[in-house]
Structures are given as structure tokens and as C-alpha cells.
Ligand binder design. Sequence first.
Ligand SMILES: Nc1ncnc2c1ncn2[C@@H]1O[C@H](COP(=O)(O)OP(=O)(O)O)[C@@H](O)[C@H]1O
Ligand SMILES: [Mg+2]
Length: 143
Amino acid sequence: MASEAFENAFAVLGRDFANAGRVSTAIKDTLKGLGIHAPIVRRVAIASYEAEMNLVMYASRGKMRLTVSSEAITIDVDDEGPGIEDVSLAMQEGYSTATPEMREMGFGAGMGLPNIRKNADEFVITSEVGRGTRLHIRVNLLA
Ligand SMILES: Nc1ncnc2c1ncn2[C@@H]1O[C@H](COP(=O)(O)OP(=O)(O)O)[C@@H](O)[C@H]1O
Ligand SMILES: [Mg+2]
């Protein structure tokens, strides 16, 4: 039997604030439908929401891929965008380059990436300036 029980990919468009949050909601509903333990769903939902909002705010377009196996839930995010010049700076709590308009919408606390790291068992972020950013987020199903 294949170890990947479930896989689904979603497209996300930069600046599309009207639809922002829909993919992370779809991911959350999918996991609930699969009967995943609620605290695990919650961690994945927080991490995928923050990843989706960053893609919408800072990138042009991208994809989010959900994989559910018997061992873990993984979210892989791959965007086309400006990338991040200093990833360790971007990872710091409170660091944000959000515009005044984004801050008016309630974004820009600089807690998104730190919250992804907190909620994930494994978090890998790689970025290439002028190309885009990739996130690998894994939440384990087994202790
Ligand atoms: N996908 C991305 N593409 C380009 N820059 C990003 C991306 N995700 C995050 N960043 C950069 O990292 C910073 C910190 O992100 P985050 O912790 O989510 O805080 P916030 O979204 O509130 O600014 C952002 O302000 C931005 O400069
Ligand atoms: Mg953010």
C-alpha cells in the first residue's frame, strides 16, 4: 500500500485579498473530514493560514500542496515572488515589511513565520531573491 494516503494541490493568487484564506479553510475542512484529531487540525490550520496570507501579501502566485500520510500532515508552499533576502531576520518575532494598507487590514504583526515554526514539528523555509519562496511544514500524527 502506498504511504501517501491523500494529496491535494491548491493555487493561490497574490494580492487576491477577496479570496485570501480559502485554501487554508479548504485544508482545515479536508482534515476534519478525514477524521484527523482536532488539536492536529488546529496546528495545521494556523500554519497554513499564515503561509497562505504571506503568499497573498508578498508573492505573485503560488501553490500549496497538502499531503496526508499515516505518519504526518505536510503542507508544501511554493511561490513565485520577490523571495526573502534575510530569512533569519524574517523569522524573528515582530519583523514585518507589511505596507500601511496591509496593517490597516490587520496584518503585519510579524508573527506569521514564528507561528508556523511553533505549530510545526518540522519547518523548512528556503528562498531565492527575485524567484520565490518555499515552505515545508510537517505536523506529525504519531507521538
Ligand atoms: N512568501 C513570502 N515572500 C516574500 N516575503 C515573505 C514571504 N513570507 C514572508 N515574507 C517576509 O517575511 C516577513 C515576516 O513574515 P511574517 O512573520 O509572516 O510577518 P508579517 O506577515 O506579519 O509581516 C514579511 O513581512 C515579509 O517581509
Ligand atoms: Mg505573515
